[in-house]
Design a binder for this molecule. Structure first.
Ligand code: PLP
Length: 393
């Protein structure tokens, strides 16, 4: 006997993975240069040179010590550097004991959900959303409450949001810049969200935590602002990752920030640390704790994402596709040219375009393009997008 839930998760089909595998098989037939795989959100730019330089220097200078255990919640010097960086950038006064270093945003979110959830607790999530949230929330024993997408701008449908809040609401998850839409929540959106949360927290007599999932915080385009959410809503818990900003998804480093002024902050921090312990997420990889903490004020050369975005948005709109303007990350989420996004994605395969159907992100009738590829690949793909659009005329 094994856990039915875990067996189900392990055997579940992933549309993205299937597209990716299909792409590899198809590349063997038509050549890799003739297949346009926009399925995976793997950063396409290398990590900054400083990342490798620091890693090599540390390995030379501390060849043995660097492989040792650190504190469960991360090395104290590393946490101090993370705090210093945020304090410099956002005029805050965080301290190292408010940080828990974790293995990427995924583990950070799991620690937070597992740390907070009591029986019956609910978390509100806005579509389109990163599908793993459901797995993480349910894995922690919580219930995910999904708010349908506001498809004109992928901001928030506040009527639906207000109605979704109940005395069981423990938290609300925000991901901006967003995967899959690339949209950045405006300051006004966040302020309205915060006002509603304050009113409802008071009405229910308990805090509603805002859990911000921020792996794309640094990937933001000209003319857009990514506000520092804890300054807008006090009861915010930040889940960060260096996977995208430093192009280090395989090194698995991120952190949870539990600011000292949130409701029951000491209990929340203890519960997050307890969840880290219970899930086995203690002592994130030691070498890359050090490296990321020495590189946390820089990013990979992310200009290509903005260039790709502009080229795609302008070209696709001219061809007749409808897309909301992204403000960051490296995803575009246009409307599919037929209501059935699965059928649309299947048809796109005939043009060797691998596009992820939007249904899995809670927004049927759309598709996701992960444009973290070379600009040349985008340029070469445009005739395919045109042919796909023409096939619907
Ligand atoms: N959250 C979002 C919105 C993501 O897009 C991803 C990865 O693509 C993650 C979390 C997981 O990030 P990590 O690789 O740091 O665990």
């Amino acid at each position: 006997m094994v856990s039915e839930r875990m067996k189900g998760l392990g055997n579940a089909r992933s549309v993205i993975r299937e597209l990716f595998e299909y792409g590899k098989r198809r590349a063997a037939v038509v050549g890799a240069e003739n297949i346009f795989d926009f399925s995976l959100g793997n950063p396409s730019v290398p990590a900054p040179a400083k990342v490798n330089e620091e890693a090599i220097r540390i390995l030379r200078e501390q060849p043995d010590a660097i492989h040792c255990y650190t504190s469960a919640q991360g090395d104290a010097v590393v946490r101090q550097r993370f705090a210093d960086s945020l304090n410099r950038r956002f005029g805050a006064s965080y301290t190292p004991d408010q940080f828990y270093v974790s293995v990427g945003a995924a583990a950070s979110l799991c620690c937070v959900f597992n740390g907070l959830t009591c029986p019956g607790d609910e978390y509100v999530v806005f579509a389109p959303y990163f599908p793993e949230y459901k797995v993480f929330i349910e894995g922690a024993g919580g219930k995910m409450v999904l708010i349908p997408p506001e498809i004109e701008g992928f901001q928030i449908d506040f009527d639906a949001f207000e109605k979704s809040l109940t005395p069981q609401t423990k938290g609300v998850v925000v991901n901006s810049p967003n995967n899959p839409s690339g949209v950045v929540y405006s300051r006004k959106t966040l302020e309205t969200l915060a006002d509603i949360l304050r009113t409802k927290s008071e009405e229910f007599g308990h805090a509603i935590y805002l859990i911000t999932d921020e792996p794309y915080r640094e990937i933001v385009f000209a003319g857009f602002e990514v506000p520092w959410i804890p300054h807008i809503y006090r009861d915010t818990i930040v889940c960060y990752s260096f996977s995208k900003s430093l192009s280090l998804p395989g090194e698995r480093i991120g952190y949870i920030l539990v600011p000292g002024d949130i409701t029951d902050s000491a209990d929340v921090y203890a519960a997050v640390a307890g969840a880290g312990r219970s899930l086995g997420y203690v002592n994130a990889p030691s070498l890359f704790q050090q490296v990321t903490s020495l590189c946390c004020d820089i990013t990979a050369d992310i200009k290509v994402y903005e260039r790709n975005c502009r080229l795609l948005v302008d070209s696709l709109r001219e061809m007749g596709y409808t897309c909301v303007e992204p403000g960051g990350a490296f995803y575009l989420f246009p409307r599919s040219l037929e209501p059935d996004d699965m059928a649309f994605s299947e048809r796109a395969k005939q043009f060797d375009l691998l596009l992820v159907p939007g249904g899995g992100f809670g927004a049927p009738g759309h598709f996701r393009i992960a444009y973290c590829v070379q600009t040349e690949t985008i340029e070469k793909s445009l005739p395919r997008f045109r042919a796909l659009a023409e096939s619907y005329r």
